[in-house]
Design a protein. Structure first.
Length: 395
């Protein structure tokens, strides 16, 4: 998908946009328009009640909905964040994923050297300082993982968490929101609590923890679960594992990769029924191939190749996904049978709540930032807005 016709609106301009359907995060509307002023949403109004002098942009067919928020994005546009942790890389990733409806994201670094994490923190800070409003913080996935569940993470990068690492993470979270994915069983009692008390959003992932160990982590403030079902201990008859504990808990969130490969759509549907309402989020775990014709990339000097819609490393293991958020919404709706409005919330409203940004993002409501996606019945993204700034996309 290509991008063209970038338009910027005067900060004082008030205008409206409309399409065949509009979903605001709670309700579906027909014959209504979304009124925008500058970077903010004014509200949803019936078309026949709009002021006659208000400029109305009619996009015809399709759906206008809250822009998608991706909690786990490793790369895009041909670049992996680990390989080039710079603000320029973030701009490329944002542009690539915006064509799939993602208007905000948590760029993600997988297990790597401390130097890479420090460069990533600097890049995120620079992007935020330069008003890249699509960058919401940093997701650090690893390196405090269970070696047996490392997946495509390089074995020599895996290490135990210590006080020095905790102190550095606490210092960083004073600069920006941070998600930290770790294996709870690799932590000493009190370490997760120390991290969560500092404001770090700790998630369990790449873990062989028992349900008991997971519940102990939840008691210390564990906020969520990274790519539910994948690289974590499963449900068995006498041991619920991480998956069972995640689905049972009413307060935590869980991300799930809805690409049709990482998780069978039946399991996606079951997870949606089991998890507390509003607590299951769609994520992509996307790698460098999204938004580019290039079907391979390297990480850890190893080539990862896209094969039949999946990304495979030399060991034959899944290595992230090759989808954008609009594809995840499509799979959740058409393959797992989840109602479309709920799928849209799983891609916007619920991730915003996980990030404590649900008063600014994830809904088309008065006072919210004007982050918007417009897509057609074939789930092709035609338009996006970030803080009111519009880009038209064409196939």
């Amino acid at each position: 998908m290509t991008t063209h016709n970038v338009s910027t609106n005067d900060s004082s301009e008030r205008y409206a946009i409309t399409a065949a359907q509009l979903f605001d995060g709670s309700s579906w509307y027909f014959q209504h328009a979304l009124v925008i002023e500058g970077a903010e949403i004014v509200g949803v109004e019936p078309l026949d009640e709009l002021p006659p002098d208000l400029s109305v942009h009619d996009f015809g067919q399709g759906i206008i909905a809250p822009g998608f928020i991706d909690l786990q994005v490793n790369g895009g546009g041909g670049i992996l964040f680990n390989n080039e942790p710079t603000s320029a890389t973030l701009e490329t990733m944002v542009a690539a994923h915006r064509t799939t409806g993602t208007t905000a994201m948590m760029p993600t670094l997988v297990s790597d050297r401390q130097e890479t994490y420090e460069q990533g923190i600097h890049a995120i800070g620079e992007a935020m300082a330069n008003d890249n409003q699509s960058v919401l913080g940093l997701h650090i996935e690893g390196p405090f993982l269970a070696p047996i569940k490392r997946g495509a993470h390089r074995a020599k990068m895996i290490r135990e968490i210590d006080q020095q690492a905790i102190d550095w993470l606490v210092e960083c979270t004073s600069l920006m929101p941070i998600i930290l994915t770790l294996a709870p069983e690799q932590c000493k009692p009190g370490q997760i609590e120390q991290l969560t008390n500092a404001g770090i959003m700790v998630c369990a992932g790449h873990t062989e923890a028992s349900a008991q160990q997971t519940r102990a982590a939840l008691a210390e403030g564990l906020r969520g679960f990274t790519h539910l079902f994948n690289a974590m201990s499963p449900v068995t008859a006498r041991e619920p594992g991480v998956v069972g504990a995640a689905l049972e808990d009413r307060e935590s969130w869980a991300g799930i990769i809805a690409d049709g490969h990482h998780v069978d759509p039946v399991n996606l549907a079951l997870a949606h029924r089991a998890k507390a309402p509003g607590k299951l989020c769609l994520v992509t775990d996307a790698m460098a191939t999204v938004g580019t014709a290039n079907k391979s990339f390297t990480i850890y000097k190893e080539t990862i190749t896209e094969q039949n819609g999946t990304l495979i490393n030399a060991e034959g293991k899944l290595a992230g996904s090759a989808i954008g958020m609009i594809q995840a919404v499509n799979v959740a709706h058409h393959s797992a049978g989840i109602e479309l409005g709920e799928c849209l919330n799983m891609a916007s409203r619920y991730p915003a709540a996980f990030l404590n940004r649900d008063k600014q993002l994830g809904q088309l409501a008065a006072g919210f930032r004007a982050d918007i996606v417009h897509f057609d019945d074939d789930f092709r993204v035609h338009n996006t807005w970030v803080a009111g700034s519009h880009i038209a996309h064409s196939a």
